[in-house]
Design a protein around this ligand. Structure first.
Ligand code: ZN
Length: 106
């Protein structure tokens, strides 16, 4: 069965928020702290129960990405300023699931 991926980023940039411009022209932006506290890794979310382990209060309010890298063509790995680097954010979830704002491009 063919799987067609719709969430393909064209450009990712950081300007106090993380911004993704998608191939279909949509533009979404992400608050750093919200994105950090949505980290899906096994250290932040229980892999079996899906329950969140991370205590949001332990994440500095000024947390920001230090480095980011594409993982294949399906996800983004972010190294955060609090030294957390195990989070892999899939583009599908960035597009639909993680807290974001939809921007309009003029
Ligand atoms: Zn994590």
């Amino acid at each position: 069965m063919a799987f067609k991926r719709k969430a393909i980023p064209k450009d990712i940039f950081f300007d106090g928020k993380m911004n993704i411009v998608w191939k279909d022209g949509a533009h979404t932006s992400y608050d750093y702290w919200q994105l950090r506290t949505s980290c899906p890794c096994a250290g932040c979310v229980d892999e079996i129960t899906g329950e969140k382990i991370l205590d949001d209060d332990t994440v500095p309010k000024d947390v920001h990405p230090v480095r980011s890298a594409y993982i294949g063509n399906y996800a983004l790995e972010i190294l955060w300023s609090d030294d957390h680097d195990t989070g892999i954010y899939t583009f599908d979830k960035l597009r639909d699931t993680y807290p974001h704002e939809v921007k309009t491009i003029n």
